[in-house]
Design a protein around this ligand. Structure first.
Ligand SMILES: Cc1cc2nc3c(=O)[nH]c(=O)nc-3n(C[C@H](O)[C@H](O)[C@H](O)COP(=O)(O)OP(=O)(O)OC[C@H]3O[C@@H](n4cnc5c(N)ncnc54)[C@H](O)[C@@H]3O)c2cc1C
Length: 382
């Protein structure tokens, strides 16, 4: 039974965002440190259990509730929100596909905030084309042995489990993958590099090497060779919804910081308020219209996902594209209308602008989404 009412949870997320996440965000950004305290604060409110069924103590949030919650968290700290989204993507794969007693243990721990998960799909060689993998799995008794290298693993070295893609045993086709869950305690995993991205600087999106990493048979979440199907049907819709929510939260925060600055700025030479300039008012109005239209698309996509609508995938892709573009447009315009003071970094707008940039390059990237949306529209009728 999905949690349908947004009220309490979104209020809790908004309170946390204002009281805890937003004040901590500048230091997380400046030092590129993993926001462990923020995650502990989310855990205390059960928010790491957003997609965990209630029977394991989770919230079993509907898409609409998830959107409202993640937006609020992202408005406070985008890194924390992205870590939460990647966690939910890992958890949903475990929830829907893991067999054996390990599943209940992980879900129960996730619900109580004692287990953080994430996705490790990307590889240097294949880049944003996450369906292709050169990480190899081979049969090892009743289990598997994994070898290969992943990159950009959000929460790398910090998470308790990693949901990863690897080529199915004996497969030659690059997309013939299996999805596995690997515990941080597995031998044969090592993390390398330091995350020093332009934005989302708390993410710890580092490299991960698997060297003869052996897992038991229950670690395979998909049948051999059917990993891409799992990724597309279970993980991708949630990733699109969650990351669209992150970028919408960034856009909201940039807009709010912009309005606050404009309302507080008055010139000393003529006592005129910045808010009295017609082009500034017009700019604010245009930003608001963009924000509202992006939010409407996000809510519509959330409803389509919950209803299992035939065009849900299309709507989710559109929503992620729109939220990303809107966040980038609003942060850039906010920099413009707030002037040199924004450019110095004394307002949070420049951080929001850097955080928003990740949306265009995180797969499926904006380029890929437009190609997929265009292809879906132009596909011959069946
Ligand atoms: C902050 C951040 C967090 C991330 N977290 C994770 C994570 O937790 N797990 C994970 O698995 N990955 C993660 N990624 C990786 C991400 O999803 C991409 O795989 C990665 O950004 C690709 O970088 P690249 O330089 O290899 O891009 P490239 O693949 O080289 O792309 C370069 C450009 O080409 C375009 N392009 C490439 N292929 C196509 C195509 N087929 N069609 C259209 N355009 C194309 C892209 O849009 C892009 O603009 C993260 C990335 C970032 C930036």
């Amino acid at each position: 039974m999905l949690l349908q009412t947004t009220g309490d949870l979104v209020d809790t997320a908004a309170r946390l965002s204002t009281e805890k996440l937003a004040p901590a965000a500048p230091a997380i950004d400046a030092t590129a440190s993993f926001p462990r305290d923020n995650l502990d604060a989310l855990s205390k409110e059960g928010l790491l259990g957003l997609v965990v069924p209630t029977e394991f103590g989770g919230l079993d949030a509907s898409s609409k509730v998830l959107v409202g919650t993640v937006v609020e968290i992202a408005a406070g700290c985008a890194s924390t929100a992205m870590i939460l989204v990647m966690h939910c993507c890992g958890v949903i794969a475990i929830r829907d596909h893991m067999k054996g007693p390990g599943r209940a243990e992980i879900l129960t721990k996730a619900a109580s905030g004692q287990h953080l998960s994430t996705l490790a799909f990307s590889e240097r060689g294949t880049g944003a084309n996450f369906g292709a993998t050169f990480t190899m799995s081979e049969q090892d008794g009743t289990g598997y042995k994994l070898n290969g290298e992943k990159c950009f693993v959000t929460s790398g070295g910090q998470a308790d489990s990693y949901v990863i893609s690897a080529r199915a045993p004996g497969a030659t086709e690059v997309t013939a993958s299996t999805i596995f869950i690997i515990s941080k305690d597995n031998a044969g995993i090592a993390f390398h590099g330091t995350w020093d991205g332009v934005g989302l600087r708390g993410n710890s999106s580092v490299g991960m090497k698997l060297s003869d990493c052996t897992v038991d048979g229950a670690a395979a979440l998909s049948p051999p060779g059917e990993g891409l199907m799992l990724a597309m049907s279970t993980v991708l819709p949630l990733f699109l919804l969650g990351s669209a929510s992150v970028y919408h939260g960034i856009a909201l925060a940039a807009f709010e910081a912009c309005c606050n600055h404009i309302k507080s700025r008055t010139y000393t030479h003529n006592s005129e308020a910045l808010s009295n300039l017609p082009h500034v008012r017009r700019s604010i109005a245009e930003m608001k219209v963009k924000l509202d239209s992006s939010r409407a698309m996000l809510e519509r996509a959330a409803e389509a996902r919950d209803a299992g609508a035939a065009d849900a995938a299309l709507q989710l892709m559109e929503a992620k594209f729109k939220a990303t573009e809107t966040a980038n447009e609003i942060a850039k315009e906010a920099m413009h209308v707030c002037g040199g003071i924004a450019y110095t970094g004394s307002l949070p707008i420049e951080r929001h602008m850097r955080d928003a940039l990740a949306g265009t390059v995180m797969a499926p990237t904006s380029d890929m989404l437009l190609d997929l949306i265009g292809s879906a529209i132009l596909a011959p009728a069946k």
